[in-house]
Unconditional design. Structure first.
Length: 331
């Protein structure tokens, strides 16, 4: 009854983005995406089976989870129970060091850690592919945080059960790449519209969605080639164009979805200036105003200093590729 399972996972940042689902229930994307898992902001989740409970009880940073977050977690745990044939509910205690809802992908580390902890607690015997597929059901981007370093999430084919089998992440080798990601936190306020709702609106109303999804195939092919040859400038250029294109699809949605703030654009200006001084720095942005700047490891300090000198940058943190989801106790 009181045997606890703890899992840790880290956020990932997509260099070729996931934006748009072809199947909302199974969380199947329209396009492949490619990410790097970071070594910052881990989520630690402990689960305990408890026969005395009549529902899952969840705390996040010691406070009871409520609302949409609680519903998503319970729906996910219902799925895990369905797979395991077990009925007991869980106590879930999660500690999140990511500023929640600020476009720093706390749902990716959160559902990767929860998928691993719950799978172990309910005795599911899953290989990494199976774990990645399971994490995807919680939040699409979570399937990539199962793996450390670089990961490619295959969109797969079909919908429903068929799509479910074919859509998971795989680790990819990026041995030659010396990448750092400098995160400029400009505003940690919760977002006005969730990425889930924003992607739905984009698909349903944006005339730019289809062309972006189409161009994303080429971005992915170019990105894989750039990673293989260890070409960091090309990796950064492709990541930046893919992210700006994704934001363009949202700006063209009706009504428009705009995550980038004036402060985000000032960070983009700064990145452009760094490039003109010969530093290979490139920006990527997710469903929030913060900007993640890609550069080589040896330039990270100079990039961080430049970002820190901007008046509306609240904090700057440098990340490197980090580990996949794991059980710290080795159980
Ligand atoms: C902009 O994985 O949070 O960060 O599947 O609805 O939970 P759901 O969405 P989520 O979306 C992440 C979108 C993104 C781009 C990316 O990480 O690829």
């Amino acid at each position: 009854v009181d045997s606890a399972v703890t899992a840790i996972a880290h956020p990932n940042i997509a260099l070729v983005k996931y934006w748009g689902k072809r199947d909302e229930e199974y969380i199947l994307p329209h396009t492949d995406s490619l990410s790097v898992t970071l070594d910052i902001y881990p989520t630690t989740t402990t689960v305990r089976l408890d026969t005395a409970l009549d529902r899952d009880q969840v705390t996040v940073n010691r406070a009871p989870a409520t609302g949409e977050m609680l519903t998503r977690i319970r729906t996910f745990l219902d799925l895990v129970r369905g797979m395991s044939g077990r009925a007991e509910y869980l106590r879930v205690d999660t500690t999140n060091t990511v500023p929640t809802g600020a476009g720093l992908a706390s749902s990716a580390s959160g559902f990767a850690a929860l998928a691993l902890a719950a799978a172990v607690a309910y005795g599911l015997d899953l290989n990494p592919t199976g774990l990645s597929r399971l994490a995807r059901r919680g939040s699409g981007s979570a399937c990539r945080s199962i793996f450390g370093g670089f990961a490619l999430w295959h969109a797969g084919t079909g919908i429903g059960e068929e799509g479910d089998l074919s859509s998971y992440a795989d680790p990819i080798d990026a041995g030659a790449l010396d990448l750092a990601l400098v995160v400029a936190v400009v505003d940690a306020a919760p977002k006005e519209i969730s990425s889930r709702a924003a992607m739905r609106r984009t698909i349903e109303t944006s005339p730019l969605y289809a062309p972006w999804a189409e161009s994303s195939h080429q971005d992915l092919a170019d990105m894989r080639a750039a990673i293989t040859r260890g070409d960091l400038d090309a990796v950064g250029e492709i990541a930046e164009r893919n992210a700006l294109g994704m934001h363009a699809t949202m700006l063209a949605a009706r009504p428009a979805v705009r995550y980038l703030s004036p402060a985000s654009l000032r960070v983009l200006d700064c990145v452009g200036q760094l490039r003109r001084t010969g530093i290979g720095a490139f920006a990527t942005m997710d469903a929030g105003p913060n900007v993640k700047v890609l550069c080589r490891g040896g330039h990270a300090e100079r990039v961080a200093d430049a970002l820190r000198s901007l008046s509306d940058t609240r904090s700057v943190i440098t990340a490197r590729p980090g580990p996949g989801a794991r059980l710290p106790d080795g159980d």
